[in-house]
Design a protein around this ligand. Sequence first.
Ligand code: NAD
Length: 309
Amino acid sequence: MTLIQTPFDARSTAAEVLAGVDLSGKRMIVTGGASGLGTETVRALAGAGAEVTVATRRPDAGSALAQLPGVRVAALDLADPASVQAFVASWTGPLHALVANAGIMAVPTRELSPAGWELQLATNFLGHFQLAHGLHDALRAAGNSRVVVVSSGVQRSSPVDLDDLHFERRPYDPWAAYGQSKTAGVLLAAGIARNWAGEAITANALAPGFIHTNLQRLISPETMRAMGAMDEDGKLITPEYYKTPEQGAATSVLLAGSPLVEGVTGRYFEDNQEAEVVAGGPDVRRGVAEWAVDPVAADRLWSLALETL
Ligand SMILES: NC(=O)c1ccc[n+]([C@@H]2O[C@H](COP(=O)([O-])OP(=O)(O)OC[C@H]3O[C@@H](n4cnc5c(N)ncnc54)[C@H](O)[C@@H]3O)[C@@H](O)[C@H]2O)c1
């Protein structure tokens, strides 16, 4: 399979990726759009003319973005099925792109969502699964639509344990739970590509790179120091390999709006390029793990997630 290449690289910004692209008339949703990468994703998509809904747990946090032309803010708590249902019920008309960007990382102890699911899986994967299914008709109605799943390089470290999704049988580990939820995101894109093929709905996943955002707030200082992102006095350092939020949002907007990936589906991107399939492992630095694009795992996870609807 030939990997898809674009003229952009790790340092390209979201605005650069969409330069000259006209998204007027396109209706898009960015979950978790009121902070970090989501905000830059919203800015770039709206800057290219799209009508963007910022789906956020705290609508007041999106009030500055709501001043931008074409941007509106709506309440959504992905961990709460009733909130997802209410968001879906309030949506009318077609949907051209759903950017599944919201996420939480490394919750220190095992927490459960209102439905009794492990919180990182519930937020990062199951909530987006429910949202995509609830918006399926709207995606179909657009005639040509895209689902973009913001995953992470940690998909290379953690397969999904299909027999113990919620850490009921194995000891809870904050990183294994985050990694599993991000692998599940890649499998979600694969599942949509497989199950909704023929409906003109494409789905792709991506890793944005490393970016200082609120996401790291639950990481221990020891881990931040080990990552080279904090000094001995607790001051944040920006290592060479970190991106700015504008660069971190670039691959999301490439997949949501660029004509360069028209019709592309079921793929995984890093730094604005499609990445190759690799054997997973904690020391692997690039690519998508075999277990994150395994069609059998995608189908099994799809079936398990359907049971939660
Ligand atoms: N920053 C990085 O280095 C990095 C690396 C890899 C992947 N990612 C992924 O990028 C995405 C964006 O993260 P970010 O770095 O901008 O962090 P962030 O914390 O700024 O953004 C995450 C957003 O998700 C929202 N969110 C969390 N729980 C939610 C819920 N239950 N319902 C609705 N919204 C919820 C938060 O309110 C926030 O707006 C995440 O999916 C994250 O896993 C980030």
